[in-house]
Design a protein around this ligand. Structure first.
Ligand code: 4NP
Length: 155
């Protein structure tokens, strides 16, 4: 199984989600069965490392932010991924537009879409809000549902 987290720049929200979900999957003993990556809808930050505020927020929780370099979502991703999890409605629209066909467009879902009662909630862009702790809190709420979802499909 492969999950790709996607946001606008691939330097704030999606690398945070990637690092957090890698840790959750490792704790569940599923690292060999679930591949995790992240990408951008835009080309704004291609080649950049995660934003220093994302790195700092992850460090607060003991998580590394190593080995992540911003890149844009591409056609290969739509083939290789089982799930493309996006942060907000703009990401949803843009990523679906980039999909080569209907089947792969259906892989694109809001990261909050499995959170009961908050299916349409979005992870606000901390690039604008500056609130990286809120991004971490939001992702902490949304990501466990995807781990449960994947566990059911692996076994
Ligand atoms: P992200 O945040 O989508 O969470 O990575 C942003 C990063 C960069 C820009 C916008 C949002 N930018 O305009 O460069």
């Amino acid at each position: 199984m492969k999950v790709i987290f996607v946001c606008l720049g691939n330097i704030c929200r999606s690398p945070m989600a990637e690092a957090m979900f890698k840790d959750m999957v490792a704790s569940a003993g599923l690292s060999s069965q679930i591949q995790i990556d992240s990408a951008a809808t835009s080309t704004y930050e291609l080649g950049s490392s995660p934003d220093s505020r994302t790195v700092k927020e992850l460090a607060k929780h003991g998580l590394p932010a190593t080995g992540m370099i911003a890149r844009q979502l591409d056609a290969t991703d739509f083939n290789s991924a089982d799930l493309i999890l996006v942060m907000d409605e703009n990401n949803l629209r843009d990523a679906k537009k980039m999909a080569p066909d209907k089947n792969s467009a259906d892989k694109v879902k809001l990261v909050y879409s499995l959170t009961p009662g908050k299916e349409n909630y979005v992870v606000a862009d901390p690039w604008y809000t500056g609130d990286f702790a809120k991004t971490y809190a939001d992702l902490s709420e949304a990501l466990p549902h995807w781990l449960e979802y994947l566990k059911k499909r692996i076994k």
